[in-house]
Design a protein around this ligand. Structure first.
Ligand SMILES: [Zn+2]
Length: 763
């Protein structure tokens, strides 16, 4: 036991040695200049209120976005900044790795850029996006809050002479995929820019986003964390401990990310934790923005601009594979060199244990190997069954309650319940497996668990060191387990699995993760069974190594575990799917198809609440249709396809809008391959990203191409298509329904009111 203590002490000491450059030393803070105006939270709040209440939803390209741009322009000019507009139009390719399709969107918007020259040309950029997510999202927290704070910061900065030069950028079309900031970094001369900070959904506890697609310089992370700590503002560092990257479909979650990609040190400020159900919804109103928090963030920004020294951030290239650990308000950074040393040490340690194992009593013959092999197969099958069974509670309550999903409001409870369920099953299963004669070699189980973890860690480390760290941690747990067979240590891994989901659970990424997991159930069962296997092996290893100690525990806990398991199942039934803060999303769309009369289409990704369906005299389902009153359609359409001979067709669409549409979607389909050879400025071909072609791609036997456009719109579209006969064109136009004739007042529902016009024709 003494040797054990020494080993643990060694690792703890090593950790602190490697993370030696922790962010503890305070930075000197210069006194603010006297003549400077003070930051007024009330004024910042008023700006946000104007954008939210007076202007309302501001999706990219909309009239609302344009009005917001004018307002920001006016305020900045009043404050004495040199302001200019940067309009842009960009073709964005919608990526969906699961269902390949050719979906091209034209996004039109503008950035508002303001400049304040200082005594030296070194420039600091402050940014915030002013668009909102959707036609029905007023975007108070996301991101009128950030814009309000920045407009007020602008006033303060302009009220006295500044050392550094400042640039404020109010980005358009952030919600359409960081379009404004991506455009800005490709156009601007960034040579004088020292660093950048972006505000997106401000409040406390503060989220300091230090990783987009790439990570911020460690020196900047340290300095910023220091300032926030000194201001006594609670915060969370986004790259904390186990889940370190935002790489993937989201690719950096706000406008600071494109700056990092270009080698500009940048961080993002947002609100930490999973955004409530109002995020990107009609309920994102000023009631969710706190004056006190606006004040804290505003003061913080001003202190930070004085205390973070551009010259001390260092060069334009930096270590990107470091790890951050946060303990309360203390931030530790493990550099990639430290990380490498740690990897080597753990690998050597594992190798040493392997040698020790094979030099020792581990002698065996071929018939024993067959037994071990069968044992391992049994365990694999078992882990698959256990992971598969963990969904039983969910299925049970789905049937009983008649709702499809039970996770929305409380995903953490839902994961915890599954984990408890799995652990109970593991304990029960190990009790049974232990009795089977082939499963008696503890060392074999340790060897398989550690060997597989070593392989996974090595492969990941070769790919990306920081991604491999959680597995290195797991490998270290297994190493310690060999020296100290302890069931608590063996269960370090389930805790680790839970922790790795932390950021997922507390971000909007959870929604897409859940949807993908449910669409590809089998793949996910395989994946999670793979994660469970080392845990199973470790538990079995402990049981076989210390039978005298653990056998009685297994026996005594059998009944309590069964009771706990049943209780866990019942508990899951109490978890509400929706709540007032995480309401069910419902869409009520008044639909016109061609010249037919309109109908209402009520839809949700989950079943529409039973009482609501009954009220409308409909059966319980996800889609409900019922007739609408006889309004005039918001537009009409004439579409013509002409055969020009020689596989060439011309397409003409004449759209007569009664109201300003929001989104126009044109889907072209054909059983044969086709491509567009010419098109007017509905989708300018000169703006197409390289490698992207205007052609149909195959999807379940049909070739398909989708062209989408946000405003401003033209009423005529002309295109030439090259292809073979039978071409089908579907036009779908979405309008915001600002004065819906049918409204619902229901608890736990968040409703989008839309109108749509759809027309289909073929040649
Ligand atoms: Zn935002």
């Amino acid at each position: 036991m003494r040797g054990m203590k020494i080993i643990i002490l060694f690792w703890i000491t090593l950790f602190f040695l490697l993370t030696g450059n922790s962010a503890t030393e305070a930075q000197p803070q210069p006194q603010p200049q006297q003549q400077e105006l003070r930051f007024s939270a009330e004024k910042a709040y008023e700006h946000a209120q104007y954008l939210t209440d007076k202007i309302g939803p501001r999706p990219a390209g909309s009239k609302g976005e344009e009005k917001a741009a004018q307002y920001i322009y006016y305020i900045l000019e009043q404050a004495g900044w040199k302001v200019k507009e940067q309009p842009f139009s960009k073709v964005v390719v919608q990526h969906n790795p699961l269902e390949p399709e050719n979906n091209l969107q034209v996004i039109n918007s503008r950035n508002i850029i303001a400049e304040l020259p200082g005594q030296n040309p070194e420039t600091v950029i402050l940014g915030a996006h002013y668009d909102s997510a959707d036609t029905s999202a007023p975007g108070a927290l996301d991101n009128a809050s950030g814009v309000g704070v920045l407009l007020e910061v602008a006033k303060v900065l302009a009220s006295s002479s500044q050392q550094e030069s400042y640039q404020l950028i109010f980005f358009g079309a952030e919600e359409a995929g960081l379009v404004g900031s991506e455009y800005f970094v490709t156009q601007a001369d960034l040579s004088a820019v020292r660093w950048m900070v972006n505000l997106d959904m401000v409040g406390t506890p503060l989220e300091i986003d230090v990783a987009g697609k790439t990570s911020a310089p460690p020196e900047l992370v340290k300095q910023v964390a220091n300032v926030v700590k000194n201001e006594s503002i609670p915060f969370h560092l986004s790259r904390d401990f186990l889940v370190m990257t935002r790489e993937g479909s989201q690719g950096g979650n706000s406008d600071f990310s494109p700056f990092l990609d270009r080698g500009i040190p940048a961080v993002g400020f947002g609100i930490s934790g999973r955004p409530n159900g109002f995020y990107h919804r009609p309920e994102d109103l000023m009631g969710g923005v706190s004056l006190q928090e606006i004040d804290q963030i505003g003061q913080l920004i001003l202190v930070m601009l004085k205390s973070v020294h551009p010259s001390s951030i260092g060069s334009q290239t930096w270590d990107t594979s470091y790890l951050t650990f946060q303990l309360g308000s203390q931030v530790f950074i493990l550099s990639s060199l430290g990380l490498r040393i740690l990897f080597l040490l753990v690998f050597f340690f594992t190798g040493y244990l392997f040698i020790r194992l094979f030099r020792g009593k581990y002698r065996t013959n071929s018939s024993a190997w067959i037994k071990y092999f069968i044992g391992a197969l049994t365990m694999t099958a078992l882990s698959l069954v256990v992971v598969g069974l963990s969904g039983v509670g969910e299925l049970l309550w789905q049937k009983l309650k008649g709702v499809e999903i039970l996770w929305y409001a409380h995903p953490d409870l839902f994961i915890l319940s599954r984990l408890i369920f799995i652990l109970c099953l593991v304990f029960l299963a190990v009790g049974i497996i232990r009795k089977i004669p082939f499963a008696q070699s503890s060392n074999f189980y340790w060897l398989v668990a550690t060997g597989s973890m070593l392989l996974v860690t090595t492969f990941l480390a070769l790919y990306r060191l920081d991604l491999a760290f959680p597995f290195l941690f797991w490998l270290l747990c297994l190493d310690l387990l060999y020296l100290w067979p302890n069931i608590i240590l063996a269960l370090g891994a389930p805790y680790f699995i839970y922790h790795i989901h932390w950021e997922l659970l507390n971000s909007q990424q959870w929604v897409s993760f859940y949807e993908i997991a449910h669409r590809y159930v089998l793949i996910f069962i395989l994946l999670y069974a793979g994660l469970l296997l080392p845990v199973l092996f470790s538990v079995l290893f402990c049981v076989l190594r210390k039978p005298k100690f653990i056998k009685p525990i297994l026996k005594a806990t059998r009944l309590p575990i069964i009771i706990f398991l049943v209780a866990d199942l019942l508990f899951l039934g109490l978890v509400p799917s929706y709540s007032q803060t995480y309401p069910q999303i419902l869409r009520i769309q008044k639909e016109w198809t061609g010249n037919e009369t309109a109908q209402y289409h009520m839809s949700s990704s989950d079943f529409i609440p039973n009482d609501l369906a009954k009220e409308l005299g409909q059966v319980h389902s996800k889609n409900i249709y019922f007739p609408a009153q006889g309004d005039k359609p918001p537009m009409n359409l004439e579409g013509v396809i002409q055969d020009k001979g020689g596989r060439s067709f011309s397409l003409t669409l004449k759209m007569n809008y009664v109201r300003e549409p929001y989104r126009v979607k044109i889907k072209i389909r054909s059983p044969h391959s086709f491509r567009i050879t010419q098109i007017d400025d509905f989708l300018p071909m000169s703006k197409l990203p390289r490698k992207v072609k205007l052609e149909g791609i195959e999807k379940s036997g049909q070739y398909e191409l989708i062209l989408e456009r946000t405003p401003p719109h033209k009423s005529i579209l002309q295109a030439s298509i090259e292809g073979e006969g039978k071409i089908q064109v579907t036009v779908e136009v979405i309008f915001a329904d600002l004065k819906p004739s049918l409204t619902l007042e229901k608890h736990n529902l968040s409703i989008d009111y839309l109108e749509s016009y759809r027309s289909e024709f073929e040649f």
